[in-house]
Ligand binder design. Structure first.
Ligand code: MN
Length: 228
């Protein structure tokens, strides 16, 4: 690929995380692959429902709470999520936390999965993973354990903290790590709607399958962006 085109593609993929694509009125982003592409790990019907129905509901609710609020319409979604406590009306604040978080988290989630998954190859990220967790396998075990123990609905994340250190965290419901000042680079949705059709109550099997569909190129780009 031509270097110029590659740079533009890279810039565009960064933009979704710098908030530039997150402006009112919000829309559900197109999936970057087909619904069935993540099979057999994540099934087509789940992807359709998850993307077209669940994600759309967060977007619709977010637009609805902002429809008469010109001041907040002017802010981008990342600003809203990073400054939740500046939103005085508590009902508006909660609706944005739940539905703005839902929109941000899912937009992020679709991109860190892909059908033709390669291995992690970024040396700096691998070195940091080994430094923080001991080895890649230990990191995987810790991430899986965190995802497994989320009680009810929520997410597991690998984030870069304010000191540029890697941390594994979980968030309840649709709370986003960016509201805590963290930069997520990998995340797993462990709401039942993300896996119940195929895995029923076996969340651990869904978590294991997730490792087959991680888009490491995107995770590496997220990491490079987060440590800048
Ligand atoms: Mn979800």
């Amino acid at each position: 690929m031509n270097v110029l085109i590659l740079s533009i593609v890279l810039l565009l993929s960064f933009n979704i995380f710098s908030g530039l694509d997150f402006k009112y009125p919000y829309t559900v982003p197109t999936l970057p692959y087909e619904y069935k592409s993540l099979e057999p790990y994540i099934d087509e019907q789940t992807m359709k429902l998850h993307h077209d129905a669940h994600h759309k509901t967060y977007v619709d609710n977010l637009n609805a709470v902002l429809v008469d609020n010109k001041k907040l319409q002017a802010k981008d979604l990342e600003w809203l999520l990073r400054n939740l406590n500046t939103i005085e009306d508590t009902q508006t604040q909660t609706t944005i936390k739940n539905n703005g978080g839902g929109h941000w988290n899912h937009s992020f989630f679709w991109k860190i999965m892909a059908p033709d998954c390669q291995k992690l190859s970024n040396k700096k990220l691998m070195k940091e993973i080994k430094k923080q967790f001991g080895s890649f396998d230990k990191f995987k075990d810790q991430f899986n354990a965190a995802a497994k123990k989320v009680f009810g609905s929520g997410w597991a994340w690998l984030c870069v903290d304010q000191n540029k250190k890697l941390v594994i965290i979980t968030t309840p419901n649709q709370e986003s790590p960016i509201s805590q000042g963290l930069e997520p680079i990998l995340g797993l949705d462990v709401w039942e709607h993300a896996y119940y059709l195929k895995y029923q109550n076996k969340r651990i099997d869904y978590i294991s399958s997730f490792w087959h569909v991680i888009n490491w190129r995107q995770v590496e780009m997220n990491y490079s962006f987060a440590i800048k």
